[in-house]
Structure formats: C-alpha cells, structure tokens
Design a protein around this ligand. Structure first.
Ligand SMILES: *[C@@H]1O[C@H](CO)[C@@H](O)[C@H](O)[C@H]1NC(C)=O
Ligand SMILES: *[C@@H]1O[C@H](CO)[C@@H](O)[C@H](O)[C@H]1NC(C)=O
Length: 293
C-alpha cells in the first residue's frame, strides 16, 4: 500500500473496572502514555521520506517498497488492556494493505493490526485484527465498510472490555460487541511491528490476487482446511471458492479438486470427500497474461 501518514497511535485507556486496580498494575505508569507506531521508521529507508504537506507540516510518505519493521518491544508495552488505536492518513493508492501489524515471531499470525481492503465501488473495509493467544491463525475482530476518500482522514478503534467502537473523522461511525479471552492482549515477546507497505507472504495473502491456488491452513486439533482459491476477474481480492476441513496425516495423501460448471467436487485419497455448489462468472477462468505461478 502507498500512503501518507501523520501518526498511528496506540493509547492505553483508563476505563472500566481496571481503574480501581491501576495502582497495583505495574504498567499503570504507562496509563497516560501514547505510543506512536511511526517511531518504528528509521531513516534512511528506501521507500520512506518526510515531505511537507500543504500546511508545511512534515508527514511521512510511505511507498509500496518500504520495509518498516522493528521489535515491537521497542515501541509498545508488553500488554494492552482497554486501548485505542488511532491514525491520520491519506491514501495514495487503491490497493489496500496493512496500516500496521504486530506479527508473531514465525510471521504467521497478526496479533494486532489494522488492514484496509482494496477500494471497490468507492468503498473499502477497515479491519481490526486482534488474535487471542488460543487462536492458530489471524482473527478479524471486526470490519467496517467506509467510504474511500482521496483526502486526509482519521480513524480510531476503541477496544473496550466487550465493545469495539469505531470512529471515522472523529465521529462515532459504528460499534460491535466483541469477545476477548483473556481481555488483556499480551504480545509474544519476540514479535515484530510492521508499518505500511511491507508485504509478508504468509500473513498477507490479500496484498496480491491469487487467481487460482490451493492453500493448506495450519493444523489445529489434527485437522486442517484445504482451500481452493479461484478468483473471477471482477474481484478485487483473492476469493476462496471453497474450503474443506480434512484430517491431518503424516503420511502421503493425494487430493483432487474437480471444478465443473457450477459444482466443485473434492477428492481425498481417491474418494469423493465432499462437494459444493459454486458460482463462477464467467465459467471460463482466464489468467492475466503476466501472471506468476
Ligand atoms: C466489505 O466486507 C463485506 C463483508 O465481507 C463485503 O460484503 C463487502 O463487499 C466488502 N466491501 C469492500 C469495499 O471490500
Ligand atoms: C476450518 O475452517 C472453518 C471455517 O472457517 C473453521 O471453523 C475451522 O476451525 C477451520 N479448521 C481448521 C483446522 O483450521
């Protein structure tokens, strides 16, 4: 993603029942602090520069090739209870991408992050990723569809005990009930904070469009999902045509997807395992001529 940013802040909130315990909380001294994720930017960095906006205010211009990452511990506290994420930015492309993400050491799970989808019909989804430690893959806590704008905008997510409030341009835009277990987010100590354009292949399949592909999820309780990606040309991001949960095995196995006009049949070890009705439009898959396998 290419964009221009003024700030991306995380602020612990002094709200809820924890207020009373704050004296006992070793991190209570952090309560009034705010953490600016753009402190992760070390210059010089190819693809990042300070420019001045129309008010002569210095802002960060982050290009697609920018690779901004740092151990999260240099910027953020170890734990977050109730907190707010806010940012001021201007989009320079319609491609979407992560505004920031805090990713586990294996770079397989986004523990906390904000993602913008590609713009479609002048709208985009802004998604808060928030993954409880018991999850094996990144979890979208909530997503909000917001109008695309070429202008500066600011957004904020207020993450409370069981409620998420989303603000757009300082007004409450929407809210959602959420479940966090536990309600304190503790980062893996060797996690990495990424800001802006960095494209990491495992966590971020949305950055590029998979026209056709087969994906295996991480194994969980001896099962895994095998997913067929099949993206009609009208889609702006990769589309899962269908997924099947199959038993994990250490042995050889074979699989087959039979993609018919409006039916997908999945075979495991030469036996029909399951099938699904599908919609393909058009029913002929035409690859972009410069595609990569
Ligand atoms: C936003 O997400 C919803 C739900 O997944 C989807 O129906 C909608 O098309 C998305 N909008 C954009 C602009 O991507
Ligand atoms: C497979 O996908 C389904 C639906 O998203 C999910 O409920 C299930 O937990 C997944 N299983 C594994 C092993 O990832």
């Amino acid at each position: 993603m290419r964009n221009i940013m003024v700030s991306v802040l995380i602020m612990p909130l002094l709200l809820g029942p924890n207020v009373l315990q704050s004296d006992a909380d070793p991190e209570s001294r952090d309560m009034f602090l705010e953490y600016n994720l753009l402190d992760a930017v070390a210059l010089p960095n190819d693809g990042v520069e300070y420019i001045t906006d129309s008010d002569n205010f210095p802002v960060l211009n982050i290009q697609k090739e920018a690779d901004i990452k740092t151990p999260y511990r240099l910027i953020l506290p170890e734990r977050l209870n109730d907190f707010q994420i806010s940012g001021i930015m201007r989009l320079e492309s319609l491609a979407g991408g992560y505004i920031f993400s805090i990713v586990n050491p294996l770079e397989t799970i986004v523990q906390l992050g904000v993602h913008l989808s590609p713009v479609a019909s002048d709208f985009m989804n802004i998604t808060l990723y928030y993954t409880d430690p018991s999850y094996d893959s990144s979890r979208e806590l909530s997503a909000f569809e917001i109008p695309y704008t070429k202008e500066w905008f600011n957004f904020a997510f207020k993450v409370l005990h069981d409620t998420l409030i989303f603000y757009l341009d300082c007004e409450e835009f929407s809210s959602a009930k959420i479940k966090r277990q536990p309600t304190i987010l503790t980062f893996d100590s060797a996690s990495t904070l990424f800001v802006g354009g960095y494209i990491f292949s495992i966590v971020n399949p949305l950055e590029t469009i998979v026209q056709l592909g087969v994906h295996l999820s991480p194994v969980a309780s001896d099962f895994m999902n095998i997913t067929l990606y099949y993206t009609d040309p009208s889609y702006d991001s990769s589309r899962e045509l269908s997924a099947f949960e199959i038993p994990y095995t250490k042995e050889w196995f074979n699989f087959a997807f039979k993609v018919l006009h409006d039916t997908l049949i999945f075979y495991l070890d030469c036996e029909e395992f399951s099938s699904a009705k599908i919609k393909r439009q058009p029913t002929i898959l035409t690859f972009d001529s410069a595609s990569t396998l």
